[in-house]
Design a protein. Structure first.
Length: 308
């Protein structure tokens, strides 16, 4: 019998499950597919935005958009066009119901479990294809799948020792070439992100001004320590680099942000004699806040471009 068996919503950057349908089937085949679900969840950031994994009697399909992936398990004979229409409907409802801030800051697994009600209702409709009453344009979807078919993941790839790391910069079947990491777009800027960006610029400007004052003092008094000047300018560079990391995607971005924050802390420790506690607290807190916002603003998944 052709049908959808289960579905789930997963965050792309770390594979955190946000919501999932309630599954009652405990067969060996279903248990094996659940393992594939978990393995795929850990690799979503390295995969194209539309993929299919064929596992004998079952197929796993998923699409990714705006940092969230929508996955479904169906029988092998379930029509591909209906499978991706189903996923697209989940995506539209989820984006409408939950904003990106909630999705990005979610910590607890299945924190949007109430979305399961919509998944179950939609699954029932798509499993009753004779009475399926939607406004889908199946012709457009079929055309889209022909022009840009989902990337076919093999079970051997999924179980390989190196995972999908060798595919991250290559070319996928039907998806074109995946852009290199430095050209990836980041998720939309949030209000806390804008605040952190402005505060980082302010800290950089304050360090720069104090640095020039330190140079003037050094020229007037030969006994002044030149290392203070270096500390101020290093602090300026660190603040500006945090702004750069927030705006642009680079390799090892999170690690760079933590190292930059460490440099900010070291500079302020060295400048302890020239700043009061409130000034030190302000600079370190802004650095920590900016580091957090860099961590939260992850690469953006490519939005599916088919019209349903």
């Amino acid at each position: 019998m052709s049908m959808i068996l289960s579905a789930s919503v997963v965050r792309v950057r770390d594979g955190l499950p946000l919501s999932a349908s309630t599954d009652y089937d405990q067969s060996a085949g279903m248990q094996e597919c659940r393992k594939y679900f978990k393995m795929l969840s850990k690799k979503l950031s390295q995969l194209p935005d539309r993929c299919t994994l064929k596992t004998g009697q079952y197929n796993i399909n998923f699409i990714s958009s705006l940092g969230v992936s929508y996955m479904m398990l169906c029988t092998e004979n379930y029509p591909s066009v209906l499978a991706f229409c189903f996923l697209d409907e989940l995506q539209k409802e989820f984006i409408t119901t939950y904003n990106m801030m909630k999705t990005n800051t979610a910590i607890r697994p299945y924190c949007f479990i109430e979305f399961d009600n919509f998944i179950q209702r939609t699954k029932q409709r798509y499993n009753n294809t004779r009475s399926l009453s939607t406004k889908m344009n199946l012709v457009d979807m079929q055309t889209e799948i022909k022009l840009r078919p989902p990337y076919q993941i093999s079970v051997s790839e999924l179980g390989s020792a190196n995972g999908f790391s060798h595919l991250s910069g290559g070319e996928y079947k039907g998806t074109g070439k995946i852009s290199a990491a430095p050209h990836q777009r980041l998720e939309p800027v949030t209000l806390p992100g804008i605040v952190s960006f402005v505060l980082s610029l302010l800290c950089g400007a304050l360090n720069l001004i104090r640095g020039f004052h330190a140079i003037e003092s050094l020229l007037q008094n030969e006994g002044e320590d030149f290392s203070y000047v270096i500390a101020f300018f290093l602090g300026t560079a660190a603040c500006l680099y945090q702004c750069y990391l927030f705006v642009y995607y680079t390799g090892w971005r999170n690690a760079k942000s933590f190292l930059t924050f460490g440099l900010i802390c070291l500079c302020n420790m060295y400048l302890y004699e020239l700043r009061n506690l409130w000034q030190l607290f302000f600079h370190v807190t802004v650095g920590a806040f900016s580091t957090l916002q860099i961590r939260l603003r992850q690469p953006q998944g490519k939005s599916p471009d088919y019209n349903v």
